[in-house]
Design a protein around this ligand. Structure first.
Ligand code: ADP
Ligand code: MG
Length: 226
């Protein structure tokens, strides 16, 4: 009976997700269809709509590519790897954008080598999502700190920012698919991040104060620290 209950809860989640995906993709499709209808009857005004059509198509592309991260088209390959190396590589990827925005990224690691079982591309995706959100929460100058602390059995990765922070009601929604407070956000980043962390037998949590900043914490099982 318990098993059945879990099964139907799962179905419900999938059904809920499918419904929101359908909804999010149908909106830009509907507007594209409208423009094409217009193009049929009034050829000379078509050109004006091309930029809007392009951005609607790009939105569908972005949603599809973000969702693909979840779909696991190939079986995931977990390998033992040093999470510090992976963090350093992701910092290189975001440093230029951070510099342009006057955001400084700080590092605070309690070990040089921390080995865990991970899928490299997915862990990088998690870090990118969290750092990008942190950058987007900062208006003007700001700081992001990546902190790693270990116990005997766990790794704690904190991504701290001194950006806008979140209200209680926003915090309650952030892991929901398509929840976004940004004009061009997809609202998929944190849902995907949570899913990946759970695939790694980890836990994600958040602490945030409006007007002060936000800290996301990821807890993962540790294999070895040096
Ligand atoms: P998106 O970035 O496309 O909006 P996410 O799933 O990555 O989607 O984030 C969902 C929402 O959570 C954001 O729109 C924002 O309101 C909030 N959020 C996430 N990270 C932060 C952060 N570091 N600081 C403030 N708000 C955040
Ligand atoms: Mg995001």
């Amino acid at each position: 009976n318990h098993h059945k209950l879990i099964q139907s809860e799962k179905l419900n989640t999938v059904g809920h997700l499918a419904a929101s995906i359908a909804h999010e993709i149908r909106n830009p499709l509907t507007s594209l269809k409208g423009f094409l209808q217009l193009a049929d009857s009034e050829e000379q005004i078509v050109k004006r709509y091309i930029p809007i059509m392009r951005s609607e198509i790009e939105r569908i592309e972005l949603i599809a590519s973000e969702l693909l991260t979840l779909a696991n088209p190939v079986p995931l390959e977990f390998n033992k790897a040093n999470i510090i190396t992976i963090i350093e590589e992701v910092i290189l990827l975001v440093e230029i954008e951070a510099g342009n925005k006057e955001v400084t990224i700080h590092k605070n690691f309690d070990h040089k080598q921390i080995f865990i079982k991970l899928v490299e591309s997915q862990l990088k995706q998690v870090l990118l999502n969290l750092i990008k959100n942190a950058m987007e929460s900062i208006n003007g100058k700001g700081d992001i700190t990546l902190e790693v602390k270990c116990t005997e059995t766990k790794v704690y990765l904190h991504v701290h920012d001194n950006g806008t922070g979140m209200s209680k009601s926003v915090i309650n929604e952030i892991f929901e698919p398509f929840f976004t407070t940004k004009p061009n956000g997809t609202g998929l980043g944190l849902m995907i991040t949570k899913k990946i962390v759970e695939n790694h037998e980890g836990v994600i949590s958040v602490k945030s104060i409006e007007g002060e900043g936000t800290t996301f914490t990821i807890e993962l099982p540790l294999i070895l620290k040096l």
